[in-house]
Design a protein around this ligand. Structure first.
Ligand code: GLU
Length: 421
């Protein structure tokens, strides 16, 4: 029997990174086993449906490369099937009517047990499970009813989902048992926490794929990082490509304790992926990123600036701040220029004559000037850096001057010199 898994997200907004991580494990499992990964929108709670959410879920999955097999399906499209099954349960005495709704008759005693793929044997006392509603009075099925039916109809072999669904599993198993249907294997993944041990939320930082995308993470880096949130290959290896992950993924190495989302580690990993790109690929990604963010800076200049930043920024989203001085005016803080008067005046002189206006001769000219003024290079270059980039932190100064060009460089140095007076 080949593996068939599914993701059944509710369309209630941007998918939370914890759910995306769950989707990713399902996807890896399916691809590793040569099986199938289905996407079913679990829209039983239409009151909460956000029209755009269905698109957002698909867009997030697509961007990360979580391709699904077949068409997206929607739980409520199978309403008639759910209603028919509810009537069967009613007729067999496994369900009863209650104020217009239909409720499942859950056993009062004993336990419902299953061998959880992640947690091992789980035994859940039936007395803790109430008689769940199958159909609401308006005829709509509930999540707990529709989902096990859909899973069986979709021939799902393994249901891998968050461990917040452990309390739902007994009712789902009992419903299938009452219908004489074989249940899939269930596996419940630990939650994703912030460093303070609480469920990851906006308080901690980005929580949706879209947030990470906007910040300039690469999908392959986020993919790699998410794969390590609750799974490991050998407790050592961190950088793994999509293909390597597909090849190495096994459910046996899924962990049961909460995974902590470490934003710094993700940023580090993103930097590793960024630096590993070829210069052309890097420039392409940068251009595409800026376009997506609707930043319409001169493409050629972006491409020329790309090699200056590739080793320096951990996310593409840092580019506008780090290299924005190439594309827009700067307003240097005069306090940072303090003591730079002689150097600024001298720089204006020597840079007027540098030929060609390129990084190497610029460097030679400025070093010569610093020597003549008996200044240490670091001390000498800071006012120039601040004058032309607006910041103490910038890409290489000489390369930056070259990219800015002589006229702009001189104009900024002159403006800074005046600001000092
Ligand atoms: N709609 C549920 C959720 O997003 C699906 C849970 C399940 O996979 O059964 O949590």
């Amino acid at each position: 029997m080949s593996v068939r898994v599914r993701m059944a997200p509710s369309p209630t907004g941007l998918p939370h990174i914890g759910n995306v991580r769950t989707a990713l494990f399902n996807w890896l499992f399916a691809r590793h086993e040569g099986g199938e990964f289905l996407l079913r929108i679990e829209n039983t709670d239409v009151g909460r449906e956000v029209a755009a959410a269905v698109d957002q879920i698909q867009e997030s999955f697509r961007w990360l490369g979580l391709d699904w097999d077949g068409a997206v399906t929607f739980t409520l499209d199978r309403l008639e099937r759910h209603q028919k099954v509810a009537r069967e349960l009613l007729a067999a005495g496994n369900a009863y009517e209650d104020e217009g709704a239909i409720r499942f008759r859950m056993p009062d005693e004993g336990v419902t047990a299953w061998d959880d793929l992640v947690r091992g044997r789980i035994e859940y006392p039936n007395e803790k499970v109430h008689d769940v509603v199958l159909l609401r009075s308006d005829g709509r099925p509930t999540y707990n009813f529709a989902t096990p039916i859909d899973d069986v109809d979709d021939r799902i072999t393994h249901v891998i989902r968050g461990d917040d669904h452990i309390p739902n599993t007994p009712a789902q198993l009992q419903i299938l048992a009452a219908l004489g249907l074989d249940a899939p294997v269930y596996g419940h993944l630990p939650q994703v926490h912030g460093e303070d041990g609480r469920r990851l939320s906006k308080r901690h930082g980005a929580v949706s794929v879209e947030d990470f995308r906007v910040q300039g993470y690469l999908p392959e880096a986020l993919f790699n990082y998410l794969a390590l949130l609750g799974w490991s290959y050998d407790d050592r290896t961190t950088i793994m490509s999509r293909d390597e992950l597909v090849e190495r993924f096994t459910v046996e190495r899924l962990g049961a304790s909460p995974a902590v989302f470490d934003y710094q580690k993700l940023a580090w990993m993103n930097g590793v992926y960024l630096r590993a790109l070829s210069p052309e690929e890097y420039a392409d990604r940068l251009v595409a990123y800026l376009r997506e963010r609707e930043i319409d800076w001169d493409e050629e200049l972006v491409r020329r600036a790309a090699p200056l930043v590739q080793d320096k920024i951990a996310k593409l989203g840092d580019f506008p701040e780090f290299a924005g001085f190439l594309f827009r005016d700067v307003e240097p803080d005069p306090a940072l220029l303090d003591g730079g008067g002689a150097m600024l005046a001298g720089a204006r002189e020597v840079l007027s004559g540098v030929e060609p206006f390129a990084a190497e001769p610029i460097e030679a000219a400025l070093r010569g000037l610093a020597e003549r003024l008996e200044l240490k290079p670091r001390q000498a270059f800071q006012p120039i850096r601040v004058a032309v980039t607006g910041s103490k932190v910038s890409p290489g100064l000489f390369e930056s001057l070259e990219l800015l060009g002589r006229d702009t460089s001189l104009a900024r140095i002159e403006a800074a010199r005046r600001a000092l007076r």
